[in-house]
Design a binder for this molecule. Structure first.
Ligand code: NOJ
Ligand code: CA
Length: 699
């Protein structure tokens, strides 16, 4: 199998060697003229990008949407350690264009068929002498644009040390920004907040913006491979300046030319939901490099997990050890009885006793004495369920890397198809041991960590194992290239109901849908059924109604969703539980229908390989009435709607369990000409399953 870097190199080499057949080259009337500008439009003509040079010969780009500027002339460039910067004094030697209009299929995903349609402009730039050359490639789609730097091999750029990028996004300082701080202790697990762009400090991406005109933008990156991730810093001139994550030794990246940076992306939409409906990030990633991926299985899993967080059982050994053979078999039985695909078992391996975060010395092959891995895995297979593996590293990347081949071999031998990995520890403290045996602390978006996450993915893929990463690097759409990167955390999940000082507020998921989720799937663990409990005598609340817990399975996309609560909590509410049993995790099509960032969102999805549609609607702390036109349903069919809605007096604080379940039997069938009226409580939601009723069965 080729590595990601190998693939990138091959692509760059191919592009350099042979311009594509549909490429067109612009004749330059005045090749040396500094203010020469080149334009490229989206296929629908609404987004217009102009690229040119400033007076100092620095490349810059401007973006307009429907004729109005949304990103003002923003400077670009790369800095290197040996003063061979690619910033100013440049000239444009050549412009090439091409257009693509294709479709490709996802092996699993929020939609099966993805439209990949764009116009591309590639400018070749050079500065005095032949030895400072690079290309700027812009791709403009109907839903946004991406651009990247491509540095070919040349004398001055063989092995280079990158010290920075001057990529900027000059958007209005009055834009409303929906952001998360970049360098905080909790990694990507801080809350998102809304503020004026001019008040931002340094934030991580995806960053969602609402301009004063009402146009929505989201800034992020795609295909983060062998490069550090960026955060975005406000400065009064450039507005948003990218800051590449440094390594513990100060540099940003060590690179071998030829190389390309990840795509810098700007999603553009007139409505907030346009950001969710965009496929820009996926389209800017390379196609699948794993070949036949029929072994990758979306689905739902239960697990020895929530009882650990709730403090009922322990990860470490002893009397209350959770990961025992007996407990695992009970969860397997529960999964088999309700048609769930997997059972996650955390705390099965040695290393959890004592302070496992500081020690971070786990064995990934030795089970605790009361856990018979072989017997559990066999029992699961016999019952048609798979054991879901767990590798918590405590953030010690090098220690884990030394064991992971053996660890994946062991799981592969036992028929394990999915492994959840974890990198708990404060931000900026991932452990790297260098060739001299010295330990360094790295960030999860450093070049080193980015490469580590990818190496794990490749090692797993060699055994047909898929990965669900907790405490990951941000998602930049690599699931297209490596479809075994099923999902990840990388934001505050529901576990914050027990951890940390601030629980997730009711607006949290309506924020995530328009920010974190633009990167890709999240293992949020929706579906908590016990919403009030105590941890060490302290009362805790999940700030959600029961109906909203159901809606989250539809609203927050992930090809594997957990069914996290204790089995007895589901069995106590079988009517509501039925929705979790029914809801699929793999989709033919998905459409975000309505919503505003941090306020509410309504999403409809069609089951992959079936004709049922599902709908999820959630709100923040404000109760809302929503009229949802059902025009997304296919014409000429009648549907029975099973509706799980907040009860009349429902409220996340005072009546979280009040739910009205209407199975649709007694009510009229619905068609795509109808409108569904939904009442959402404070912190509430609604979940709906639409089942087509054949003509013959209609009353
Ligand atoms: C943090 C993860 O987010 C959580 O899901 C897991 O249970 C613990 N780490 C232990 O690995
Ligand atoms: Ca976590």
């Amino acid at each position: 199998m080729r590595t990601g870097r190998g693939v990138l190199l091959a692509i760059i080499a191919a592009l350099a060697a042979a311009p594509l057949p549909c490429a067109a080259m612009d004749d330059l009337a005045n090749p040396g003229e500094a203010d020469e500008g080149y334009r490229v439009e989206s296929p629908d003509g609404r987004i217009d990008v102009e690229v040119g040079l400033s007076d100092s010969g620095q490349p810059q780009y401007t973006v307009s949407f429907d004729g109005a500027v949304v990103v003002e002339a923003s400077p670009l460039g790369l800095y290197f350690a040996s003063r061979i910067d690619l910033v100013s004094g440049m000239r444009i030697d050549r412009a090439e264009r091409r257009s693509v209009d294709e479709r490709w299929e996802q092996p699993w995903g929020e939609r099966r068929v993805v439209l990949d349609r764009f116009n591309e402009l590639t400018l070749s730039l050079s500065a005095r002498g032949p030895d400072r050359r690079y290309r700027l490639r812009f791709r403009v789609y109907d839903d946004g644009l991406g651009f990247r730097y491509e540095v070919p091999e040349q004398n001055a750029y063989r092995s280079v040390t990158l010290t920075g990028e001057t990529t900027t996004f000059r958007v209005s300082r009055d834009a409303r920004a929906f952001s998360q701080p970049a360098d905080a202790e909790l990694r990507y697990e801080e809350l998102y907040t809304e503020s004026a762009l001019g008040l931002l400090d340094r934030v991580s991406s995806p960053l969602a913006l609402r301009l004063p005109s009402g146009v929505h933008l989201a800034i992020h990156e795609a295909a983060l491979v062998n490069y550090p991730g960026f955060s975005l810093e406000f400065d009064p001139v450039n507005m948003l300046q990218t800051v590449l994550r440094p390594s513990s030794e100060g540099y940003r990246a060590k690179l071998e030319a030829p190389f390309a940076t990840p795509w810098r992306t700007i999603q553009v939409a007139d409505r907030a939901v346009g950001l969710i409906n965009s496929s820009l990030i996926l389209n800017l990633n390379e196609p699948n490099v794993l070949g036949d991926v029929s072994w990758i299985e979306p689905g739902k899993f239960v697990g020895i997990w929530w009882a650990l967080h709730r403090g009922l059982w322990t990860w470490g050994g002893g009397e209350r050890h959770g990961a025992t053979t007996e407990n695992a078999k009970r969860y397997i039985d529960f999964a088999a009885e309700h048609g769930f695909d997997g059972v996650l078992v955390e705390g099965w391996n040695r290393g959890w006793d004592g302070d496992w975060v500081s020690n971070a010395q786990f064995s990934f092959t030795e089970p605790y004495a009361d856990f018979d891995l072989e017997a559990v895995a066999r029992y699961a297979r016999e019952r048609g369920v798979r054991l879901v593996g767990h590798h918590e590293t405590g953030g010690h990347m090098s220690y884990y890397a030394g064991q992971m081949e053996d660890a994946f071999d062991l799981y592969a031998r036992h028929g394990v198809r999915q492994v959840k990995t974890g990198y708990v520890g404060p931000a900026g403290s991932l452990k790297r041991i260098d060739d001299n045996g010295e330990q360094h602390n790295e960030w999860r978006d450093s070049q080193f960590a980015v490469a580590h996450y990818q190496a794990v993915l490749e090692a797993a893929a060699r055994r047909q194992i898929s990965i669900n990463t907790h405490e990951p690097v941000k998602d930049t759409g690599l699931r297209r290239t490596y479809p075994n990167w099923l999902t990840r955390e990388g934001s505050r999940g529901q576990e914050f109901a027990v951890w940390g000082e601030t629980p997730n507020p009711p607006e949290h998921e309506a924020m995530l849908a328009f920010t974190r989720m633009l990167g890709g799937p999240m293992d949020y663990t929706p579906g908590l059924f016990e919403l009030e409990f105590e941890i060490n005598g302290v009362p805790r609340r999940v700030q959600s109604t029961l109906a909203k817990q159901l809606a989250l399975y539809v609203v927050l996309y992930s090809p594997v969703h957990m069914v996290p609560d204790l089995p007895e909590n589901y069995l106590a509410r079988p009517d509501a539980f039925q929705f979790i049993v029914d809801v699929p995790t793999d989709w033919e099509e998905s459409i975000a229908l309505a919503g505003e960032i941090g306020d509410y969102v309504v999403v409809a999805r069609q089951e992959r390989g079936g004709s049922d549609w599902y709908l999820g609607a959630i709100t923040d702390e404000e109760p809302r009435r929503l009229s949802v036109p059902l025009d997304f349903l296919p014409e000429g069919r009648a549907y029975l709607a099973e509706i799980y809605a907040d009860g009349e007096d429902a409220h996340w604080g005072s009546a979280p369990y009040a739910i009205d379940i209407d199975r649709g039997d007694g009510t009229e069938l619905l068609t795509n000409e109808d409108t569904l009226e939904l009442g959402l409580a404070a912190g509430g939601g609604a979940a709906v399953r639409f089942r087509p009723v054949p003509e013959a069965d209609r009353p």
